[in-house]
Ligand binder design. Structure first.
Ligand SMILES: C[S@@+](CC[C@H](N)C(=O)[O-])C[C@H]1O[C@@H](n2cnc3c(N)ncnc32)[C@H](O)[C@@H]1O
Length: 161
């Protein structure tokens, strides 16, 4: 079992540069693991050999990233799977109180999270934007929001603390 407070799941991502940028975000905000599903990244890596520069910067080696189809099974039951998707019933990120231990799950660049993975999630958030964000941008926004709210909470500045 993986013991962590923060991890990322990318469902069937299409572009290696987005996975690389998400690994970078994971490292910047202290996520220990990034899992991705699907075969598109591995197919692209046959030619590219490795992810774009983001993933190769040595400061980011603290993030364990790998393809893993059933990555949720690796976590203990106390971690909360949070679906990040444009869904009408989702909680807005503005008001979202992040679980102390969470794995944030994002959909592909050319699709959305499917019912199978949504059924495994316990919380659902939407980032209030006029249009869909780029995948890596969405990862950065969610992790920044979590970090900011932890900071506010620690300093007694938040309504939810
Ligand atoms: C580029 S978007 C998906 C594209 C979109 N479904 C389409 O093809 O029309 C990739 C992923 O980023 C996340 N995402 C992007 N913008 C978002 C937003 N405003 N709120 C929540 N998630 C978002 C979701 O996880 C989404 O599946």
């Amino acid at each position: 079992m993986i013991q962590t407070d923060l991890a990322i799941g990318l469902i069937n991502p299409k572009f290696p540069h987005n996975v690389g940028a998400a690994v970078r975000a994971a490292s910047c905000y202290g996520a220990s693991h990034l899992f991705y599903t699907g075969d598109r990244i591995d197919e692209a890596l046959v030619e590219l050999k490795r992810l774009p520069r983001e993933e190769r910067m040595k400061g980011y080696r603290d993030v364990k990233w790998q393809r893993q189809e059933k990555f949720l099974e690796l976590f203990d039951a106390d971690i909360v799977p949070v679906a990040v998707e444009l869904r009408p019933q989702a909680e807005t990120l503005f008001d979202f109180v992040h679980p102390p231990r969470a794995v944030y799950i994002f959909g592909p660049e050319d699709g959305s999270l499917e019912p199978g993975i949504l059924a495994s999630c316990h919380r659902f958030i939407v980032i209030p934007t006029a249009h869909c964000l780029n995948l890596a941008a969405a990862v950065n926004v969610v992790l920044y929001d979590r970090t900011l709210k932890q900071h506010l909470s620690k300093n007694g500045l938040a309504w939810w603390s």
